[in-house]
Design a protein around this ligand. Structure first.
Ligand SMILES: *Cc1c(COP(=O)(O)O)cnc(C)c1O
Length: 467
C-alpha cells in the first residue's frame, strides 16, 4: 500500500464517517435491519485472495449501516451511553493511525505523558486527592475489578497476608460489603478476584436504590475481624441515586475497611459546582471507578480507576518480565495500573475531550444532561396515565405507564417496544424493584430541549397507540 492509496482510502473513510455523523439529526435512532438481514449482508466466504482495502471499507459500511444503533444521536437515551465530543473523535482517529502500544513509556512515550496530564486534570475535576494513582482501562467493569484488586491487596496486607504471593487459599479471607442495588459488574469483578457470593454481605437499599447507612453499620458490626471492603455506588444505573457516601466512608474507615466507589457516571457530579454536594465525602474513599465513555462523552472503550494507595494499586496490577523495558526515572508505565498488557492509547481521546470542554464545559455537560432529564420527567408526569417513579437527582428517569386501567406492568414494556419501533428516539426497559419501567438516560453533549420535546411527543404518541 503506497502513500496515494492511504489518501484515497482514508478520504473515503472520512466521507463515510462524516456522512454518518452529519446524518444523525435525520436518522432513525434504532437499527432497521433484522438479524437475518445483517447476517446475509455481512456473511461472505473468506476468500483465498486478498480484497482491496477500499472495497472492504465500502462493503463494510454498506452492510453495517442498517444494523447501526445511532448511539451518538442526540435522541439516543438508552442505557447510560452518551455520544462522543468532536475533539475526542478526532483524537481517537489519530490514536488508530498512530497505533501506539500504550503499556510502557518505552513503547509509547507521548501516550504515557498524555495519560499523565489527563490523569492530573481528572483528579482535579473529580475532587480526588492529588496523590491518587490512575489507570486508563476499558470501562467501569475493569475499573471496578482493578479497584477491588487493590482493596483486596490492602486489607489482607494489613493482617500480614500477601495475596499476590500466597493467593487466597488459607488466607484470613476477605469480606465484601455491597448494596442491594449495586451494579452487576461488581459481582463479576469479585468473581474474577476469587471472591464468591458467600464472602459478600448485602446491605439493603432504600426505594431509590441507596445503601442504608444504619444497615451498613449493623453489617459491619456483625463481624469486626475479617478484612473488609465496602463497595459504595454513586449513580444507580436505573434511578441515578447516590449512596450516602460521607456516612459510608466514615463507618467503614472507623472499622478499618477499604472503601471502593463505583461511580461509573455519578462520580461526574463532582465536576459540577451545583451537583458536587451530592457526592461530598467521596474524596475520602480508597478507590474510585468511573467511565470516560459515559458522561465525559469519549468514544468506546474508556474507563478510569483512581486509587488513594498507589502502592496497593501497583501491587495488584504491576507486571515484570525480562524483556520489558521498565521506566527508570519519573516515567509512568501504564501496565502497572491496569489489567491489560498491550493496549490502545485510550488516554489521547480523554485528553482531547477534557481540553476541548475545559473545566466549565464538563460542568455544563453534566448540568445540561440533568436539566434535560428533569424536562423529560416534568413533561411525562404532566401527561395522563404516566408516572415517574424515581427522584430525578441526576440524568436518569424511570417511567411507568399505568394508563386508564392501571395495568402498568403490562403496558410499560409494550410502550418501550413501540418507542423503539417508532425510531424518533431510542430507550430501553428495566425491572425496578420488581416492576417493569422505561429508562431514560440523558448522557449526550448534543441533546437539546427540542430533542427532549420531540422524544416526549413520540413516547406519548406510542403510549396512546398501545392503549
Ligand atoms: C455502566 C456501569 C458500570 C459498567 O461500566 P462499563 O463501562 O459498561 O464497563 C458499572 N457500574 C455502574 C453504576 C454503571 O452505570
Amino acid at each position: 500500500m503506497g502513500q496515494s492509496d492511504w489518501r484515497a482510502l482514508l478520504e473515503t473513510t472520512q466521507q463515510l464517517a462524516t456522512g454518518y455523523l452529519e446524518g444523525l439529526p435525520d436518522r432513525r435512532v434504532g437499527p432497521t435491519a433484522t438479524l437475518a438481514e445483517l447476517r446475509a449482508a455481512l456473511h461472505q466466504p473468506l476468500l483465498d485472495e486478498p480484497v482491496d482495502a477500499l472495497t472492504v471499507t465500502h462493503d463494510l459500511a454498506a452492510a453495517a449501516d442498517p444494523g447501526l444503533m445511532a448511539t451518538p444521536s442526540s435522541r439516543f437515551f438508552g442505557f447510560v451511553i452518551g455520544g462522543a465530543v468532536p475533539a475526542s473523535v478526532a483524537a481517537d482517529w489519530l490514536t488508530t493511525a498512530w497505533d501506539q502500544n500504550a503499556g510502557l513509556y518505552a513503547a509509547a512515550p507521548a501516550a504515557m505523558v498524555a495519560e499523565e496530564v489527563a490523569a492530573g486534570w481528572l483528579t482535579d475535576l473529580l475532587g480526588l486527592p492529588a496523590s491518587v494513582s490512575t489507570g486508563f482501562v476499558t470501562g467501569c467493569q475493569m475499573a471496578n475489578t482493578t479497584g477491588l484488586a487493590a482493596g483486596r491487596h490492602a486489607v489482607l496486607q494489613r493482617v500480614g497476608w500477601d495475596v499476590e504471593t500466597q493467593g487466597l487459599a488459607g488466607s484470613p479471607g476477605v469480606r465484601v460489603v455491597v448494596g442491594g442495588e449495586r451494579h452487576a459488574t461488581i459481582d463479576r469483578a469479585l468473581r474474577l478476584l476469587g471472591l464468591g457470593t458467600k464472602q459478600v454481605a448485602v446491605v439493603p437499599a432504600d426505594g431509590q436504590g441507596r445503601m442504608l447507612a444504619d444497615q451498613l453499620a449493623r453489617v459491619l458490626d456483625a463481624d469486626d475481624s475479617t478484612p473488609t471492603i465496602v463497595c459504595a455506588q454513586l449513580g444507580n444505573v436505573n434511578t441515578g441515586a447516590l449512596d450516602p457516601i460521607a456516612d459510608i466512608v466514615e463507618l467503614a474507615h472507623r472499622r478499618g475497611a477499604w472503601v471502593h466507589v463505583d461511580g461509573a457516571f455519578g462520580l461526574w457530579a463532582a465536576a459540577s459546582p451545583s451537583l458536587a454536594p451530592l457526592v461530598a465525602g467521596a474524596q475520602g474513599a480508597d478507590s474510585w471507578a468511573t467511565d470516560a465513555h459515559k458522561w465525559l462523552n469519549v468514544p468506546y472503550d474508556s474507563g478510569l480507576i483512581f486509587c488513594a494507595d498507589p502502592a496497593a494499586h501497583r501491587a495488584a496490577m504491576g507486571v515484570q518480565a525480562s524483556y520489558l523495558i521498565h521506566a527508570e526515572h519519573q516515567e509512568r508505565d501504564a501496565m502497572d495500573f491496569n489489567p491489560e498488557f498491550s493496549r490502545r492509547a485510550r488516554g489521547f481521546p480523554v485528553y482531547a475531550a477534557l481540553r476541548s470542554l475545559g473545566r466549565g464545559g464538563v460542568a455544563d455537560l453534566v448540568d445540561r444532561c440533568c436539566a434535560l432529564a428533569r424536562r423529560f420527567a416534568t413533561a411525562l408526569e404532566a401527561a395522563d396515565g404516566v408516572e415517574v417513579c424515581n427522584d430525578v437527582v441526576l440524568n436518569q428517569v424511570l417511567v411507568r405507564f399505568p394508563g386508564r386501567d392501571g395495568d402498568a406492568d403490562r403496558r410499560t414494556p409494550a410502550v418501550v417496544h413501540a418507542v423503539q419501533a417508532d425510531g424518533t428516539c431510542w430507550l430501553s426497559g428495566t425491572v425496578w424493584q420488581g416492576r417493569p419501567a422505561m429508562r431514560v438516560s440523558v448522557s449526550n453533549w448534543s441533546t437539546t430541549p427540542a430533542d427532549v420535546d420531540r422524544s416526549v411527543a413520540a413516547i406519548l404518541r406510542c403510549a396512546e397507540a398501545v392503549g
